[in-house]
Design a protein around this ligand. Structure first.
Ligand SMILES: *Cc1c(COP(=O)(O)O)cnc(C)c1O
Length: 416
């Protein structure tokens, strides 16, 4: 986490004191480090340097245009799950020929958009979707490249809300049906089979589930080959975990080496769809303490960021490190705090039982908030969404203005 570190007792993003950012742009505010983002992308990409591969960053982890644009400049492709995300990728200068389109519910309109843009591949998740895609492609006079998202039925051993590769999950087609569905796809005139894909879950901190999923994909490719269906890429999805607290995710190099070793000399291109592992530790959420509230049994620090800004603690009981922007606060006692937001829900917490020395007005940094933070934010309680700042060396850049309440109301109408 060297890009968010203390210098003379003050927490910085690269060379910019977070206190300056709070003063200039207000709080709550997401703050990203360009160097951290570039480093994560380059480390991931370099880990697969030995073989033909394409990194397709999973846009849903953080879809801010400046983030997408920096990744596009580094050569990244993109994994999208909606027409809206496609529009973002194009607006950010992403190359549509490096875009894969995932998701269980693609509408005909989204298919038309993606065909018009010329995306690399549709990751198809059901027989009905195959049939719809064939029909839409015929209507617009195009051929759609397809990969079936198979469900390898492996247990990623992660939080149930972010496990996606078990047979009871809504995602993908059952492994045992895959062979016959590829047969169906091969018979549809406007489809061109190019790949096999899977995505087994998120925040996975072991290599074994990825290897198990890959083994099943390779076995399927062999059976397809025997039936005369040639596959040109394997898409292993995303899911590599990061360190929030004391997790020990595999190094990108070890993860890459294990996958490359399994694929061996096969000629197929390897696609990967990392989200969290590229942006998670490249961003923090900056918040200010509004009130300290000392109850009989518990003390609360009520901050100006809430579950609408960062929902992961409320949704997954996720842990985020919370640290003071001023390291050695003098004259205040360290004590146990519940770090909570102003939203009217008991689930509105950012951290439980944190030992901190706090005074009202202090700034806190909620760490590892670069993935599934801003992109999952909402306007619950009519709270405008936070500003976002990207630091580049000694320079902070505002990449998204704070929303205003009038913007939130702008599309509403009263009855006559
Ligand atoms: C969410 C998602 C990803 C990214 O997952 P991370 O855990 O953020 O790496 C990749 N592919 C698909 C299909 C997804 O739904």
């Amino acid at each position: 986490m060297a890009h968010f570190d203390y210098q003379n007792g003050e927490l910085h993003a690269e060379d910019v004191p977070l206190a300056h950012i709070a003063e200039r742009y207000g709080t709550p505010c997401y703050v990203y480090s360009r160097a951290a983002l570039a480093e994560a992308y380059r480390a991931f990409d370099a880990a697969f340097a030995g073989r033909d591969h394409l990194v397709c960053y999973a846009v849903k982890a953080n879809s801010s245009l400046a983030v997408l644009n920096l990744l596009a400049r580094l050569g990244s492709g993109f994994d999208i799950v909606s027409g809206g995300e496609l529009a973002r990728v194009l607006a950010a200068g992403g190359d549509p020929r490096k875009v894969v389109f995932s998701g269980v519910g693609k509408t005909a309109e989204e298919m038309r958009q993606a065909l018009a843009a010329g995306v690399l591949c549709f990751n198809v998740e059901s027989e009905s979707e195959l049939i719809r895609l064939d029909r839409v492609a015929a209507q617009v006079g195009k051929t759609a490249a397809v990969s079936l998202r198979v469900n390898p039925d492996v247990d990623a051993k992660t939080h149930p809300y972010i496990a996606t590769g078990l047979k009871q999950d809504k995602f993908g087609v059952p492994y045992r049906d895959a062979l016959s569905l590829y047969g169906t796809a091969a018979g549809l005139p406007r489809l061109r089979i190019t790949g096999i894909s899977c995505h087994i879950g998120s925040q996975i901190t072991k290599i074994a589930p990825f290897v198990a999923a890959l083994n099943r994909i390779l076995a399927l490719a062999d059976r397809l080959q025997a039936q005369g269906i040639r596959i040109s890429h394997f898409d292993l999805g995303g899911g590599l975990g990061i360190r929030y607290k004391n997790e020990a995710p595999p190094a990108m190099a070890d993860y890459a080496r294990a996958l490359a070793a399994r694929i061996g000399g096969r000629p197929q291109t390897l696609l990967l769809e990392p989200g969290r592992s590229l942006t998670g530790n490249a961003g923090i959420l900056l918040a200010r303490v509004e009130y300290l509230k000392h109850g009989k049994t518990r003390s609360f620090a009520v901050v100006d960021a809430a579950m609408n800004d960062l929902i992961r603690p409320a949704l997954y009981d996720a842990y985020h490190e919370i640290v003071p922007v001023l390291k050695n606060r003098r004259g205040v006692r360290r004590q146990r705090y519940q770090i909570v937001g102003p939203v009217c829900e008991s689930a509105d917490f950012l951290g439980h039982d944190r030992m901190l020395a706090l005074a009202e007005g202090d700034l806190l940094a909620i760490m590892s908030a670069g993935a599934y933070g801003m992109s999952m934010s909402s306007n619950y309680n009519t709270r405008p969404r936070a500003a976002e700042v990207m630091v580049d060396g000694g320079e902070p850049h505002l990449i998204r203005e704070r929303e205003t309440v009038s913007e939130l109301m702008a599309r509403e109408r009263l009855l006559p």
